[in-house]
Design a protein around this ligand. Structure first.
Ligand SMILES: O=C([O-])C(=O)C[C@H](O)[C@@H](O)C(=O)[O-]
Ligand SMILES: [Mg+2]
Length: 424
């Protein structure tokens, strides 16, 4: 029998990287996005990497979990999940921004467990000389397609230098943003983050995209900013145009009412974000596509479990993304490579990140024709750049942000701003 690989040390480093003024249904992104880099080291000197959110409550729970799993074998992932659940003792968090649904005690455990599971798989892959996708059943594709992720945005954060994307506030700006993203990355699917402008303007933007990209699958995601009636109007206006409509309205009941009449499938990363939300969604036929995300579905194995459930119940599977760095992109790519029914191009915020800012040694991951080649090196196939990690940690300390708060930031800039779900 092969030897155990016991965890001797866990390092959790919060980092901040520049984020443009991207608008969404709850406000605007702050000048920096926060992430935590997890390094898990074993008694044989192998270190594995994970990446996750870095809000204060989450960091506190990560530290509790890190103490609880020290001494465990990286092969004991089931017991590790249980150990973390016990250590958290029912502590349940919130996503702070409200874009990823209700957070319950069990989904908090999944969020906390996820980066440790990824790091353990990285270690196991490194020890065995195999890529992580091989530990997930093997790659069924050697490249993973991602979609262009368009945002309405300001030219700059007030008081900051403009970024080089410029403002995007009109259908013409959105088409220009799409053209650049497709030119630079080769994306073959396009998602527009909506819930920002009145719905008729967002419909106009999608129709302009359809004209500019006649054959490209298009998606619109207003993060539950619309009533059922508004959602149905948009669904009628965009019949035959959208690949799927993502979270038009809040809650499974509202989604089911829209789904009964809308011609296109409805997708979600808001009303089904944990295993215990699946049965009611299936019974009500509230959604036809679930967006997986290993960061909150409990890591790579549990995301594959989600994929199996979706397959069994005839649900489509896509992938959600927040602002992220290269460790997450590598994990997303391995997972998607090993998940046969993940047939939609995955979301990624990657193009919004300054290419000079990451915590991994550059060169391991690149976009060609809108897809990322699955790394073939052992583990995740990416290496930590310690100087870059130190720089982005320094930036975290300096920037003063400790929790993602799109609404609070928007209100500081515009005190009349109100968070309203649904808004239209
Ligand atoms: O619903 C979604 O796809 C997201 O929540 C993705 C991101 O959180 C996005 O909306 C954002 O960061 O503004
Ligand atoms: Mg969404």
């Amino acid at each position: 029998m092969s030897e155990a690989l016991r965890i001797t040390r866990v390092d959790i480093t919060p980092v901040a990287f520049k984020d443009p003024a991207l608008l969404n249904a709850v406000g605007v992104h702050e000048p920096y996005a926060l992430r935590a880099v997890i390094e898990v080291t074993t008694d044989q000197g192998i270190t594995g990497l994970g990446e996750t959110y870095a809000d204060e409550g989450h960091l506190r729970r990560l530290r509790t979990a890190a103490d609880a799993i020290t001494g465990m074998d990286v092969h004991e992932l089931g017991p590790m999940h249980r150990r973390i659940a016990q250590a958290l003792g029912g502590d349940s968090g919130s996503d702070g921004h409200g874009l990823t649904g209700m957070i319950t005690t069990s989904s908090t455990v999944d969020r906390v467990f996820s980066p440790f599971e990824v790091a353990c798989l990285d270690i196991r892959g490194r020890a065995a000389g195999r890529p992580v996708c091989d530990l997930l059943g093997g790659a069924v594709r050697d490249r993973v397609p991602f979609s262009a992720y368009l945002f309405y945005k300001w030219a700059a954060h007030p008081g900051h230098e403009p970024d080089d994307w410029g403002a995007a506030l009109t259908p013409e700006d959105i088409v220009a943003q799409a053209r650049r993203m497709v030119r630079e990355y080769g994306f073959t699917a396009i998602k527009l983050k909506g819930g920002v402008m009145p719905p008729e303007q967002e419909v106009e933007a999608v129709l302009a995209l359809r004209e500019a990209f006649p054959a490209t699958p298009l998606r619109l995601d207003p993060n539950a900013a619309w009533t059922v009636e508004t959602s149905l109007k948009v669904a009628r206006d965009l019949e035959g145009v959208l690949e799927y409509l993502e979270d038009p309205t809040p809650g499974q009941e509202g989604m089911a009412r829209v789904a009964r009449e809308a011609a296109m499938p409805l997708a979600t990363n808001m009303c089904v974000v944990a295993f215990d939300e699946l049965p009611s969604a299936v019974r009500a036929d509230a959604v036809q596509v679930v967006l997986s995300d290993h960061h909150y579905w409990g890591g790579l194995h549990r995301s594959k479990l989600l994929a199996g459930i979706c397959d069994t119940f005839g649900l489509g599977l896509s992938m959600h993304s927040n602002s992220h760095l290269g460790i997450s992109l590598a994990a997303m790519t391995h997972l998607a490579a090993a998940t046969e029914n993940l047939t939609y191009a995955c979301d990624t915020h990657w193009p919004w990140k300054d290419p000079a800012e990451d915590v991994i040694v550059s060169g391991a991951l690149g976009f060609h024709d809108g897809s990322v080649a699955v790394p073939r090196g052992p583990g995740l196939g990416v290496e930590l750049d310690r100087d870059a990690l130190a720089r982005l940690h320094e930036q975290y300390l300096r920037c003063g942000l400790r929790n993602r708060d799109d609404t609070g930031y928007m209100r500081r800039l515009d005190p009349t701003y109100e968070k309203k779900t649904p808004r239209w």
